[in-house]
Design a protein around this ligand. Structure first.
Ligand SMILES: Nc1ncnc2c1ncn2[C@@H]1O[C@H](COP(=O)(O)OP(=O)(O)OP(=O)(O)O)[C@@H](O)[C@H]1O
Ligand SMILES: Nc1ncnc2c1ncn2[C@@H]1O[C@H](COP(=O)(O)OP(=O)(O)OP(=O)(O)O)[C@@H](O)[C@H]1O
Ligand SMILES: [Mg+2]
Ligand SMILES: [Mg+2]
Lengths: 258, 258
């Protein structure tokens, strides 16, 4: 079945959404069939792809609460092999805490196990908050990619997130593996960025999971969402496009080791 | 009583913690008595100030669940007029949703109303997620400062956050006013940053709340937390120090208009 990968970190603003969309697009360009899912009530992925107006009840929230099956929320986006599930950002997070009946954490997993899906990759854009949606995604995923900005606040939160993950593995999903830890917004002009990348490489439980690819700080990546574009449509020869294509290739290389 | 200000935005990584600590320090330097509170279970503020090891049950979580009174969680930090309340980041957010008895949203407000506190400013560092702690803070605060990175994803989330705020005002706290919207990480070298700042200035419901002060992108601000320092101790003559001092002066100017 598909590789189901959560793109997650409890630190905010570390490129979770940027990675989900641009890595997804790169994998689709390399011939993989890719589904990306907006798991963040903030709805950055949904608004980036301009899906907000078409949702009409076909979104992740409707899947989690059992109103529609998984396949009914899938939208085609303008590239080959590339599909998305939006989120309705008017959902109230506090009300989503499912009415406490057994197994609410497994609502998404049950859906995914039921539907034979012809995808090679399903990427989930995760919220920074520890809520019912994040739990569902981590329970349904096999792997996790953790973007980390090369700055100290991001590193500290990530170390604490790695501790949380081992608790989540024990209680919710023992099979969850780290596909990789991804340095992002790296700026070789600043000592701080280089210092933090060095600390990451040497940190136990972190260094051994680092991707070879480093996503460099590149304003083109921030401009992409202006006209609902991936980095490949907005600036195909930019550092951002090069880096996310390298990451996709590195992920495909991992397939042979699975 | 003190000005109680929430530093909040549902977009992640927009400088909420950086603003709480550095604005707080600047106000303390200008002679105001300042208390900053870590309201984010991620605990960036707590770890920045190296308070994590001393918490021993004296934190915001213990106040919200009624275990200790507000004043028992106040720690002195190494500057005059400057105090902090940490958070224990092992708290489980899903369990914090108070056992549903009436008025859990007002737990913090009740505490603050009970304790005559000699502070001029109480600044709350807010989480990016819509959870019970955020609701408590927004119910207890009189004002809100909204940091916005001058990039499109941040602007889009902020516009949606402003819509949420009017719902929160109606249901939880009609007195909550916007003290200001703060452009952060502004980089005059990029067209994108300038373009977004222009859009912000012209956007209805946003432009009229913009602070005159703009916080420029400055790596010194990212380095501060390395040795638990505010920008004033880490790099007193940097752009970051200048900008946060200007913001503090602008906030004090507002006092006369209150
Ligand atoms: N490599 C990069 N270079 C420059 N800017 C980047 C890069 N990656 C992301 N950005 C920008 O940084 C900001 C944060 O990225 P993004 O919104 O994708 O992070 P996130 O982790 O999804 O945030 P949130 O916690 O709000 O969900 C955005 O404005 C984005 O455009
Ligand atoms: N003006 C600035 N210039 C450069 N870097 C900054 C600036 N303000 C904040 N930063 C850095 O940007 C990152 C995000 O800031 P910060 O963690 O304060 O945001 P936040 O909104 O509190 O994030 P979260 O959503 O995770 O709570 C941090 O690494 C911080 O050091
Ligand atoms: Mg995001
Ligand atoms: Mg923060």
């Amino acid at each position: 079945g598909p590789r189901k990968i959560a793109i997650a970190n409890k630190k905010g603003g570390v490129g979770k959404t940027t990675t989900t969309i641009n890595l997804g697009s790169a994998l689709a360009k390399l011939g993989r069939k890719v589904l990306i899912v907006d798991g963040d009530l903030q709805g950055s992925l949904t608004s980036w792809l301009n899906l907000g107006d078409n949702v009409n009840g076909r979104d992740l929230g409707a899947i989690l609460t059992g109103i529609i099956p998984f396949v009914d929320a899938i939208f085609e986006i303008e590239e080959e092999n590339f599909f998305a599930i939006p989120i309705d950002n008017s959902l109230n997070e506090l009300k989503l805490n499912f009415n406490g009946d057994g197994g609410w954490e497994m609502a998404l997993k049950r859906e995914l196990d039921n539907w034979p899906l012809g995808y090679d990759y399903i990427l989930f854009d995760c919220p920074a908050s520890y809520n019912a949606i994040l739990i569902n995604i981590l329970a349904a995923s096999d792997e996790i990619i953790i973007p980390v900005q090369t700055e100290i606040l991001s590193l500290n939160s990530t170390l604490s997130f790695l501790e949380n993950l081992s608790q989540i593995k024990q209680s919710i999903n023992p099979t969850l593996e780290i596909a990789g830890i991804l340095p992002v917004m790296f700026d070789k002009r600043t000592r701080h960025s280089k210092e933090i990348l060095e600390i990451m490489a040497e940190a136990p439980n972190l260094g051994n999971h680092l991707f070879k690819t480093v996503i460099r700080n590149n304003i083109r990546l921030a401009e992409g969402p202006m006209r609902s574009r991936t980095i490949f449509r907005a600036s195909p020869s930019s550092n951002g496009a090069v880096d996310y294509m390298l990451l996709a290739e590195e992920l495909i290389d991992q397939e042979n080791n699975e």
